[in-house]
Design a protein around this ligand. Structure first.
Ligand code: 2BA
Length: 105
């Protein structure tokens, strides 16, 4: 068994959830926060048989796209204005982990 952990943008999370459910993939959606931008994103956990990993990855590729966001900067000196930095985010950051043990009680 594998655990697919996917961090996606909030804007893509409903579409991804719907695609995973269509494929009959069990999934948990968590509200998360990116360390760099300190903005909300969504983390999906999907425990699947190894043969289903590619299906999960296809669902993610179909529904998650990259976007640009602006990271506000603090001004270098008081009274000066700051330059916001454009940052390209996602589509998705995905980890595929081996599951050592899986139990449901
Ligand atoms: P954030 O940490 O808020 O990062 C948002 C975007 O900012 C990143 O997009 C990347 O383009 C940029 N970024 C992040 N750290 C940077 C740095 N030290 N210097 C310059 N630019 C930086 P993505 O790479 O697509 O990541 C989207 C979100 O996925 C991240 O949000 C974070 O929540 C998660 N993530 C990405 N890589 C990760 C990792 N190795 N481990 C855990 N979470 C990760």
């Amino acid at each position: 068994m594998k655990l697919v952990v996917a961090i996606v943008q909030d804007n893509d999370s409903n579409a991804l959830m719907n695609r995973l459910i269509e494929e009959n993939i069990r999934v948990t959606k968590l509200a998360s926060t990116g360390g760099f931008l300190k903005k909300g994103n969504t983390t999906f956990l999907a425990g699947v048989e190894e043969k289903m990993v590619d299906t999960v990855l296809s669902c993610i590729k179909e529904t998650c796209r990259s976007r640009e966001q602006v990271k506000p900067q603090a001004p270098a000196l008081p009274g000066t204005s700051a330059f916001p930095i454009p940052i390209k985010i996602g589509g998705a950051t995905v980890f595929v982990l081996d599951v050592f043990q899986f139990e449901q009680f």
